[in-house]
Design a protein around this ligand. Structure first.
Ligand SMILES: Cc1cc2nc3c(=O)[nH]c(=O)nc-3n(C[C@H](O)[C@H](O)[C@H](O)COP(=O)(O)O)c2cc1C
Length: 345
């Protein structure tokens, strides 16, 4: 079924592969669901573009969040390609200067490969921001067995929850961040990018303060205790945190973080475990000195280790069905015209 035409000179990518690649790439996680990547097939290669105007966010300094997503893209392409006996080769442009638009040209080589079983998890993976149930010990054990090197699944004690919630929601104290954050939240109409209310698990009454803060971002400071309280409750409901230990010194480290964490996220999905990134508690996004000094108890300190935590997630069994977030259409992600997409609401 999954076949790629090979002639003596050149490998021809078939329609099925191209379609599956695009359908799968649409599903990769991006911070605040901004979806800044666009894809184009040219001369049997896949061109990957990044639109930094779409990705502009106080929480995307030097395109760090986008680099993590690009890591997810690499793993995703690798998983899909394995089903076609292809090996993707990434010709990356200026990884240390993520300001360019063209990030990579992916060519493919024929190679007998083992089909990656995580393919079926790609459309199922979601960020679940709702309440969780604490998983059974058996589930935790099988999750632990699935962990790659440099990952750990940690039980969070009651006295550690406050610090994590505090870190996660400190961003609400920074007016510029609140402004960017809320510009990605669609308060009235559902849109194909950004976050809608359902994905945030925000009840109707709690939407009112958000609508006000969207209009007056400096009021974020006032909403802060409310969002922190909510986050505390959600962390309390899960109790387990998945951590990925890595240094985050250069762009390659961020890409690797995305590559490794995305694969682990798919594995957790396969085990029926839900996840939500706890980005502000970690080094995934080193915003600036102001933010780092606000973030005075990063996760590695909370859990009592010297190893730098590059990215972390709370983990559990979702109490409510996970809701898939909105996505751009196939024609939107493959159209380079969309680089002039109208701004989000
Ligand atoms: C680098 C990065 C950081 C993220 N940080 C957070 C976060 O701090 N909190 C959160 O709830 N979701 C976070 N997310 C999840 C995205 O909001 C989510 O992937 C996006 O809305 C698409 O939804 P999906 O994961 O359900 O497909 C992050 C995603 C990425 C790639």
């Amino acid at each position: 079924m999954l076949q790629t035409k090979i002639n003596s000179k050149k490998l021809t990518l078939n329609k099925e592969l191209k379609n599956l690649l695009i359908e799968s790439l649409i599903e990769i996680p991006t911070a605040d669901n901004v979806q800044p990547f666009r894809y184009d097939f040219k001369d049997e290669s896949l061109y990957i573009y990044h639109n930094k105007k779409i990705a502009k966010h106080k929480l995307n300094p030097d395109q760090k969040s986008s680099l993590i997503s690009y890591g997810c893209i690499k793993t995703c392409i690798n998983i899909v390609s394995s089903h076609f006996d292809l090996l993707p080769i990434f010709d990356e442009y200026n990884t240390e200067d993520a300001e360019d638009t063209l990030w990579a040209i992916v060519s493919f080589e024929f190679r007998k490969r083992q089909k990656d079983e995580l393919l079926s998890e790609i459309p199922k993976r979601v960020t679940n921001r709702g309440l969780y149930q604490i998983p059974t010990q058996i589930k935790i054990n099988s999750a632990r067995e699935s962990l790659d090197k440099d990952f750990d699944l940690i039980y969070i004690e009651e006295n550690q929850i406050d610090s994590i919630a505090n870190n996660d929601q400190l961003v609400w104290k920074d007016t510029e961040t609140v402004k960017d954050l809320l510009s990605k939240i669609n308060l009235v109409f559902r849109k194909t990018s950004g976050l809608n209310f359902e994905n945030l698990y925000v009840k109707t009454l709690d939407r009112i303060p958000l609508i006000i803060v969207k209009r007056f971002p400096f009021l974020g400071k006032i909403v802060w205790p409310l969002v922190k309280y909510k986050m505390k409750k959600t962390i309390q409901s899960s109790s387990y945190v998945l951590v990925y230990y890595s240094k985050t010194e250069n762009n390659t480290d961020y890409i690797k973080t995305g590559e490794k964490c995305y694969r682990q996220w798919l594995r957790m999905t396969q085990l029926g475990l839900a996840m939500q990134p706890l980005t502000s508690s970690t080094y995934a996004i080193k915003v600036d000195d102001t933010h780092l000094s606000m973030n005075n108890t990063p996760l590695h300190k909370v859990i009592g280790t010297d190893r730098e935590v590059a990215w972390a997630f709370r983990v559990g069994i979702p109490l409510k069905r996970s809701l898939k977030s909105n996505r751009l259409t196939k024609s939107e992600v493959t159209s380079l015209d969309s680089f002039s997409l109208p701004d989000l609401e």
